[in-house]
Design a protein around this ligand. Structure first.
Ligand code: NDP
Length: 279
């Protein structure tokens, strides 16, 4: 009998990762024989661990913090969206041994917003909080949906300015500091800062959410994040965290590796039920 193909997620820290569970459910659903594990890989050990994984017959990797840029540099070929992001979260080992790098984070976010949450993006005003790796990774797929405008706001405004300039050829992107947002309502506010991971909230002025607008925190945890609670208090029609994005980016990676598309909704429902959350 053929043994299961090997996959893994590399990151540091990695103990909290839900990816092995998500891929185990996908494999069960689709009847694919895979084994997916989590491996603690600090940045300084990435190249060695990658080489050992490939030499040992590994077929594909997910890479998370702090390895996405290193994975982008290690790939022999990359998708256009990974080039734009300058970051890779999915590596596929081709038959020839070539390493193909992609970034499925942005697509995962757009799928969660559009397909699972029914939040339209075309023609809408979007506020993106944060100008780090996650923002860079989602900008191209977001702009491809044709929002009327996309404003990036960051604590260090120079980083938002640089990102807006870099993506200006793809749509109407502007940059601001948080204080300059007052009284400017948006249909959708995406929190791509890492503030939630410390239980913090970016300093958001009042009046920045349209009536019935939506709030989405890319971060997630065992309880609603400070930003998800802020959205609910500000009157958002929908205010949710990024667990759906996590599952959707995993589904796209699974598709890249196996050519089969798993069902995401049952997995999102399962992870939410375990946290006592409903969508
Ligand atoms: P980075 O470290 O690259 O960037 C962090 C960003 O957050 C910077 O813009 C930083 O501002 C800002 N920031 C940090 N603390 C605060 C604060 N207290 N107030 C205001 N702004 C703050 O992180 P990433 O971009 O890689 O990750 C961002 C978030 O996205 C994380 O929570 C991560 O978990 C989440 N994520 C979720 C995914 C999913 O699948 N759901 C996938 C990828 C990421 P400054 O530039 O001024 O320092």
């Amino acid at each position: 009998m053929r043994s299961a193909d090997r996959y893994a997620v590399f990151g540091h820290p990695i103990g909290h990762s839900q990816s092995p569970r998500i891929h185990a459910v996908f494999a069960g659903q689709t009847g694919q024989a895979i084994r997916y594990t989590a491996q603690d890989v600090p940045a300084g050990q990435f190249r060695d661990c990658l080489d050992r994984f490939v030499e040992g017959g590994g077929k594909g990797l997910n890479c998370t913090v702090p390895l996405k840029e290193l994975a982008w540099r290690a790939a022999d070929k990359t998708s256009e969206r990974a080039e734009r992001a300058k970051a890779v979260n999915t590596l596929a080992v081709r038959e020839s041994g070539e390493l193909f790098g992609d970034n499925t984070d942005g697509l995962g976010l757009v799928r969660d917003l559009a397909d699972n949450l029914d939040i339209p993006l075309a023609g809408r005003g979007i506020l993106l909080l944060g100008a780090g790796g996650a923002s860079r990774g989602i900008l191209q797929p977001l702009l491809a949906e044709g929002p009327s405008r996309l404003v990036i706001a960051n604590r260090t405004q120079a980083k938002a300015d640089a990102l807006a300039l870099e993506f200006a050829d793809l749509g109407a992107v502007e940059a601001r500091g948080f204080a300059d947002l007052a009284g400017e309502p948006f249909d959708l506010i995406l929190n791509a800062t890492s503030a939630s991971l410390d239980g913090d909230l970016p300093p958001l002025p009042a009046g920045i959410l349209s009536a019935g607008g939506a709030c989405y925190d890319l971060a997630y945890g065992s309880r609603p994040t400070a930003f998800v609670r802020w959205g609910a208090e500000a009157g958002a029609g929908v205010s949710v965290d990024g667990i759906g994005m996590l599952v959707e980016q995993a589904a796209e990676a699974f598709f890249i590796w196996r050519g089969v598309r798993p069902q995401t909704r049952p997995v999102i429902d399962l992870l939410n039920a375990e946290r006592g959350l409903k969508r």
